[in-house]
Write a protein of this length. Sequence first.
Length: 429
Amino acid sequence: MTSLKNESDIWELKPKNEDIEEAIHYATISWPYTFNRMNFNVTSYKGQQGRVLNIVKGITNQNILKRELSKNKIKIHIERKSYREEDLFDFRIVKDNLEYRWDVKTIHHYGFYDKQFNREPLSKSLIIKNKSYDGPIWLNFFPMLVTHTQVNQQKDGYIFGISSTYNDIRSDRKTQRNRDYLVFVPWGLWATFMADKRLVYAREKENKGFSIKIVWKDILPLGEKLKINVIGERKGQRIDKIVKLSPNSPKTIGPFSSITAIQLLERETLIGKIVIYFNNRLNKPVLISKKKNINIVPKYPLIITDEHLINLYLPIDYRVLFVGWIKKQDFLNEFKKYRAWIWPDDKTDQYKNSAWSQPTEKDLDMLHRYGFLDLYKDKKITGGILKTTGKGNGACCYVFQNQYGGGVRETNFYVLPQDLYRMTDFVGY
């Protein structure tokens, strides 16, 4: 096996349409069962959009990688279990009747930030040039990240990559798209009622779901119809219910055990608004921690406007640079040799992370929990760790640049590209 040295060791790959379509199919139904890896704010529609888009990217990247590994005559059989499995992102490889679990860890680069920060465009040569750099200048810093909440998970190793688009696909719905998949994803109290998995299981156990009354309130009704796809579940299975709406003419559909997304069909823009009312057929409480009942219909009907839609179809400039791979135990050994960083002090230098010199009791508890308390020496944290405040600011790197609410969203452990093996030597276990 050869460590990463040359540009040719990095794979630059693009998805096929079927990669994206399978990913969207998973993402639109699986998000209630998937760990919120990027700590998206699920009480906002933007947060929920980002969460589902992140699943689309993750599954797409797995599909791209599977095909390229097969082309390189690497024997691989990936087992993708039910969308209700919380470890949907596992890259499961079955070999000699044994299952090996790898994590394909990709972060996303937006090229439109390059001019704002005078950042060199993402390329293989830039990664190789900085493969040994561990800070503090974040423009030259390419950490290979594993969030602290995942270092104790049972994995055999990690495959690292960086996906990239020029435009902000979280808000730009049209640029570079050759297809559309416009969807609404519930958020906040509506997300809880419509799709919380504990409520879903309770409804299926009692065989009592909920139905909805949908009204399309067009601004200028001209006799047109609006076609939507209501995506949800019934009896443990995905259902896609196509509905044609006339202006101001209610339609009732159901029952569902969940509704996870609503797709806009045959249009690029939602004119007017969609209003949804709920009829709950499960009358018994569903209690969670602190005896809180989540089986409560939200006080207000759900209102969907055009701004609540996101295009999940990835643009044609979407690409992934697969940098390399490392076994988990090697990762846990190698990260210790690097420096720990927190966010930049903008008054001093906005392009430099600050040394992690004043850990809190909570920080030390985190190190103790994962068995790394030995990294606390002389009142400083050592080792490759990037800290976040949890309130918007985090240590920065090339991909997670310094801006309001920027940097890493979670505290991460890291190694560098120089610690990885090249992709053509991937052993799969």
